[in-house]
Design a protein around this ligand. Structure first.
Ligand code: CUA
Length: 353
């Protein structure tokens, strides 16, 4: 009984290997993207395409070498197995020709890997071209801040968690951290960069396909590290300009009393200690804080609380009721807001398109 179970264990190994290989191949399919939105196997920038190609190329080389080596080994073990009465096979120890051959072949294989690897490193670490769009990225516990220079550098658009980029334009991210180590990682964008206090790291890429791409912090940074998500939204060039123009504008003025009440609660209350909402043509701040995300156009964001909740009235109310419950360790404390106050604040924040 025991030996049979053991045998079936062995016979299961090959199908399991096949299944793993199939899973890997399925990685290229569209369905895979739905199940695993943070896949690295569906590149959408030239940076990601190059590293994806390099990965697959070395994988194929590795598989070929593995098949050759284990095939040869299997053959030799079988061919020269011990058989009673057979003479000892010829001993090849110290055979100069063989020694040269199995030094030369691995050297060739290493060269075949090294040349494209070094070329890809240089290609992906290039300086950004002069026409690149520069976006400043700040990591905070536990959200992302993005800054875009507008109006010839006289003004700055500040937004959070959702990074907007145009397709076809080189983008340069200049990244740093306001507190601890974080790591910026949107797999389909390619690359991954540590975000370090008092140091600026860069990441250059050119988005190629419009879409929404999910990412998350990839360096343990405290309680809510796993909830520190981000999205890259790649627009057509026109769509991007439209987005930027809207972001550069002031927050809309309240049109009804509930919204006006909400505005008063936010801009005159505790929220103002941490959040900025910009009003007026000169975008002068209605509030002063900047510990938390800039909320000027909060209503136009798809998600809230660093991408963990869809941005709708219900989720917003849940968040305002008790932030640390949604995001453990959240720097936004429970302000013990009354349900009525929450209702007004939600109404107001939703108008900030
Ligand atoms: Cu930020 Cu992990």
């Amino acid at each position: 009984m025991k030996s049979r179970a053991k045998r079936s264990g062995y016979s299961l190994r090959m199908p399991a290997f096949g299944l793993a290989l199939l899973t890997l191949l399925a990685a290229c399919g569209e369905d895979h993207l739905k199940t695993y939105p943070q896949t690295t196997f569906a590149p959408v920038t030239e940076f990601a395409r190059q590293s994806d190609w390099l990965f697959k190329y070395t994988l194929v080389l590795g598989v070929l070498v593995g098949l050759f080596v284990f095939g040869l080994l299997g053959y030799i073990v079988w061919r020269f197995r011990y058989q009673p009465g057979h003479p000892e096979p010829e001993q090849v120890h110290g055979n100069a020709r063989l020694e040269l051959l199995w030094t030369f072949i691995p050297a060739l294989i290493l060269a075949a890997i090294a040349v494209p690897t070094v070329r890809t490193i240089f290609a992906t670490q290039r300086e950004a071209p002069a026409n690149a769009l520069t976006i400043e990225v700040h990591g905070w516990q536990w959200w992302w801040e993005y800054r875009y220079a507008v109006n010839g550098g006289r003004d700055t658009v500040v937004t959070a968690n959702e990074i907007h980029v145009p397709v076809g334009t080189p983008v340069q991210l200049r990244m740093t951290s306001g507190d601890v180590l974080h790591s910026f990682w949107i797999p389909q964008m390619g690359g991954k960069r540590d975000v370090i206090p008092n140091k600026v790291n860069t990441l250059n890429f050119t988005p190629e396909e419009p879409g929404v791409y999910l990412g998350q912090c990839a360096e343990f940074c405290g309680d809510s590290h796993a909830l520190m998500k981000m999205r890259m939204i790649a627009h057509t060039p026109e769509g991007f300009q439209e987005w930027l123009r809207n972001e550069a504008g002031p927050a809309p003025t309240p049109r009804d009393s509930a919204v006006a009440l909400g505005k008063q609660l936010v801009t005159k209350g505790a929220c103002a200690g941490c959040h900025v909402i910009q009003y007026g043509a000169s975008r002068d701040s209605a509030t002063v804080g900047r510990t938390g995300p800039n909320l000027t156009h909060f209503g136009s964001r798809r998600t809230l609380a660093a991408g963990i909740l869809e941005n709708n009235a219900e989720n917003l109310a849940k968040w305002l009721k008790n932030p640390p419950e949604v995001k453990p360790g959240s720097k936004m404390p429970n302000l013990n807001l009354k349900d009525e106050e929450i209702r007004f604040i939600v109404a107001y924040l939703q108008t900030l398109q």
